[in-house]
Design a protein around this ligand. Structure first.
Ligand code: HSE
Length: 382
């Protein structure tokens, strides 16, 4: 199969290395933005060279970011070229347009590498979802924040130092805001929802909180509570056109399986009506694992397997009014709800609330942040 690579950065160069010597695939063209002499005649600055080349059956998009990746992927699909992509941001924001383009061009869109790096999650989720029985998708889907949470909690390390370590290791996004504010996890949740439930969810509707304001003072209180903080993304089965969906720091018991996820590993799962709870664990980021999952997508194309988005049928809205849990909240602002005071943390006070709906809590936090931008909150998993 003759293929083209769009981009040859971290994941793209991993794909090239892992395809070396595999006679079933030939990289015919590589789209680049700047001169890379060692690529010789393989390199092109023109996407049209790739689009017009009828020998190229599949395009591997590893540019990242929304544009121009989206434009190239839509045009490839409409022209009947299959696409393999690791681009969670592009996918999550344009799910329906991409599925329509694939349908129009009778092309397949392989997305497994966009969630969980090398973990075979989306593939299995989409397969399990064919019988319509997925009840919930959830888990730890961001390695950078897990590394920060784990290292702060186990070594008392400083937030900024661990973030710099994640950037050096190549886990963190180019703009780590996407990691620490939960946006990367949110994009992955929306992609998982499409694969598992066959529906599109607008990322902007998902109540999303990250770990930017977590302090070592909070970590000390978590320890007193016998809990560990993890960033969890969750969406439940849509009913009557809406579904609960959120990304939140979450305090889990120290014996919870989620507490055992160390460093930058991911643990992603689903609950299926008959199969019950299923978890997938492993290296969720990085050059080699992600490139490996891209190549699995190419193998699936070669073997005629369907893509994970083929069941996509319309969109649903987010309704977090019917899902409630208790919350840890540390703030210097005055609270207008009843909550149990736990400890003083610097100038602020840490509290435990009664069960509140996810939508209520996120609305409350938006209000409180105006007085105290530094507040931190986390849901409690019972
Ligand atoms: N920034 C992401 C993470 C990379 O830390 O998990 C993998 O998508």
């Amino acid at each position: 199969m003759k293929i083209a690579l769009l981009g040859v950065g971290t994941v793209g160069s991993g794909v090239r290395e892992q395809l070396a010597g595999d006679s079933r695939f030939e990289i015919k063209r590589i789209l680049v933005r700047r001169e890379i002499p060692e690529l010789g005649a393989l390199a092109t600055f023109s996407f049209d060279d790739i689009l017009r080349d009828d020998e190229i059956e599949a395009v591997v998009e590893v540019i990242g970011g929304e544009q121009p990746a989206l434009d190239y992927v839509l045009r490839s699909l409409r022209a009947g070229k299959h696409v393999v992509t690791a681009n969670k941001l592009m996918l999550s924001e344009n799910m329906e347009a991409l599925a329509e383009a694939a349908h129009a061009g009778r092309a397949r869109l392989m997305i497994d590498a966009s969630v969980g790096g090398g973990i075979p999650y989306l593939h299995n989720l989409a397969r399990a979802g064919r019988r319509g029985g997925i009840q919930s998708v959830f888990g730890i889907v961001n390695g950078t924040t897990n590394l920060i949470l784990d290292t702060m909690q186990s070594e008392g390390a400083d937030f900024a130092d661990v973030l710099a370590q994640a950037q050096r290791a190549g886990y963190a996004e180019a703009d780590p805001t996407a990691d620490i504010d939960g946006l990367d996890a949110r994009a992955k949740l929306c992609v998982a929802a499409a694969a598992g439930f066959g529906c599109a969810v607008r990322p902007a509707e998902v109540d999303t909180a990250g770990i930017r304001t977590l302090s070592l003072g909070d970590v000390r209180v978590f320890r007193q509570l016998g809990r560990v903080c993890r960033l969890i993304a969750r969406m439940d089965r849509p009913e009557n056109g809406s579904a609960p969906a959120y990304v939140e720091p979450t305090l889990v018991g120290s014996m919870d399986i989620l507490a055992a996820i160390r460093r930058n590993d991911n643990l992603i799962g689903y609950v299926e009506r008959n199969a019950g709870l299923q978890y997938f664990f492993g290296q969720g980021a990085g050059k080699s694992p992600t490139a490996f999952n891209v190549i699995m997508g190419l193998e699936d194309l070669l073997e005629g397997r369907p893509g994970a988005l083929e069941r996509l049928a319309g969109s649903v809205s987010v309704d977090n009014g019917r899902l409630a849990h208790r919350y840890y909240l540390r703030t210097a602002a005055r609270l207008e709800i009843e909550a149990q005071a736990l400890a003083d943390v610097g100038e602020a006070r840490a509290y435990l609330t009664a069960p509140l709906s996810v939508s209520h809590m996120h609305a409350l936090v938006r209000k409180l942040r105006k007085a105290d931008p530094n507040l931190f909150f986390a849901g409690l998993r019972d």
